[in-house]
Design a protein around this ligand. Structure first.
Ligand code: G
Ligand code: G
Ligand code: MN
Length: 410
């Protein structure tokens, strides 16, 4: 735990009574380095100066000139590196929306406090404070990679597949895996796809990348099949892969050469950008792959453009409910409504359902109660290297029998 004297706190609220009351409450709990502002402009001046820059800001949402939401945007522009606590009289949904926005701006947030603030709640939230890594992070951690570096990485096979299991919620059987690519960078370590997929898409490298991922995944699938693990293997396909008709030949040829059947391959499609004015090419590729009995999956359902128009136009076999609507849907009425609606729509369309981001036992129980077909997430397993898989399967089978108490189908 930290000591209260370590933290420099700034309270921003237009109500002088709140400023006085919070300052007093904080002092009673040993927080003495506290300053106050009744408007955003003055607060930004304090933040800009190294001597007065706080580690923690307690922010009111509803203020007359610059409101809290606008203030958060300025915090980003002023490169604020500390934490935030929202303090507001607004309702739960409004506070949650504001919290999402703060997360989207990548400002670490300890949580929110409803007004009137009680000393207990205040103490509980401040106790979770830890110095934020970004406050002393080196800028190389945010390094951007060039197209040339990525091209070399693909050529040198520095991209490595990880595999995350998809299991049957009813029986616990391991049905398949999703392939998730990572870059094993010689000097920077393990790099996640959110830092390089877009570079591949923007620089005409996405077909090379997907070819490498698919080739490695097919080799892995073959070796699993030979050892009796009949896993269905999913790969992620970018909309940019679907821009040219060559892609379907590429996939068909690689799968045929590997001696695998299309039924054992799943293509997960997200529409990361709006389908261009001419949707004929992607539609043709997906329809033809489906005719050859490849499984098509709509990924991240409910976000961005992975939406109902796609469901209407493309013959998907599987619907993946985005993790943002799965984790804690049992505790949150809004998430639950979206989760239920997605599940029900998939069932009416005769699609298999996969819930992503299943993180704990309560998430798992919700899937069981609602009849979701497959689960994927850290509760089952984090993404694994191919070589780790057989051992994981053995330990999972054990867990299915002794802890989850399911009747396995095999
Ligand atoms: O694994 P996480 O592992 O961080 O993956 C983040 C995102 O990257 C996911 O949305 C996933 O769909 C995407 N992704 C992972 N591997 C690939 C890939 O081989 N191709 C494409 N286009 N996206 C991928
Ligand atoms: O392709 P897609 O966007 O569905 O990729 C799944 C992403 O979710 C990957 O980045 C993967 O590492 C991540 N992931 C997998 N399981 C969990 C989980 O239980 N919780 C969270 N937060 N992320 C997960
Ligand atoms: Mn996916």
């Amino acid at each position: 735990m930290h000591s209260a004297s370590q933290i420099t706190i700034l309270i921003l609220d237009d109500d002088p009574f709140i400023l006085k009351m919070l300052t007093k409450m904080l002092a009673n709990q040993g927080y003495t380095k506290v300053s106050t502002c009744d408007n955003g402009r003055d607060a930004l001046t304090l933040i800009d100066h190294p001597d007065t820059r706080p580690n923690l800001i307690m922010l009111d949402l509803n203020m007359p000139d610059m409101d809290g939401i606008e203030f958060v945007r300025y915090l980003v522009e002023h490169q604020y590196q500390g934490h935030l606590v929202l303090v507001s009289g607004e309702d739960e949904r409004m506070l949650k929306t504001a919290e999402k926005l703060v997360h989207a701006h990548q400002i670490p947030m300890l949580g929110y406090l409803h007004k009137p603030v009680t000393p207990d709640k205040l103490a509980a939230i401040l106790n979770t404070w830890k110095p934020h890594a970004a406050e002393n992070q080196s800028p190389t951690n945010h390094k951007l990679y060039s197209a040339e570096e990525l091209r070399t990485a693909i050529e040198q096979h520095e991209l490595v597949n990880y595999y995350q299991p998809k299991v049957s919620v009813r029986t616990g059987d391991v049905i398949g895996v999703e392939t998730l690519v990572r870059w094993h960078h010689a000097t920077d370590g393990l790099i996640f796809p959110d830092r390089f997929i877009h570079i591949a898409e923007e620089n005409h490298l996405i077909n090379e990348l997907t070819t490498l991922v698919l080739t490695n995944a097919l080799n892995q699938a073959k070796s699993w099949h030979q050892s009796g693990l009949m896993l269905r293997v999913a790969i992620n396909v970018s909309m940019d892969n679907l821009a040219s008709l060559d892609f379907q030949d590429l996939v068909v040829n690689l799968v045929t050469e590997a001696g695998l059947s299309p039924q054992s391959i799943v293509l997960e499609v997200t529409e990361s950008q709006v389908m261009g004015a001419d949707a004929r090419v992607p539609l043709e590729i997906l329809s033809r792959l489906r005719l050859k009995r490849f499984h098509l999956s709509i990924d991240d359902f409910g976000t961005g453009h992975s939406s109902m128009a796609q469901l209407r136009d493309i013959p998907f076999d599987e619907l993946k409910i985005d993790q943002g609507f799965v984790h804690r849907a049992w505790a949150d009425a809004t998430l639950r409504a979206i989760y239920d609606a997605s599940l029900s729509m998939a069932k009416q369309l005769d699609m298999e359902t996969v819930a992503e981001g299943v993180e704990d036992q309560q998430d798992w129980e919700l899937l069981r109660q609602t009849g979701c077909d497959l689960a994927q997430g850290n509760f089952v397993s984090k993404p694994l290297l191919g070589a780790e898989f057989p051992n994981w399967v053995a330990s999972w089978k054990q867990r299915v029998r002794t802890e989850l108490l399911l009747q396995s189908g095999n």
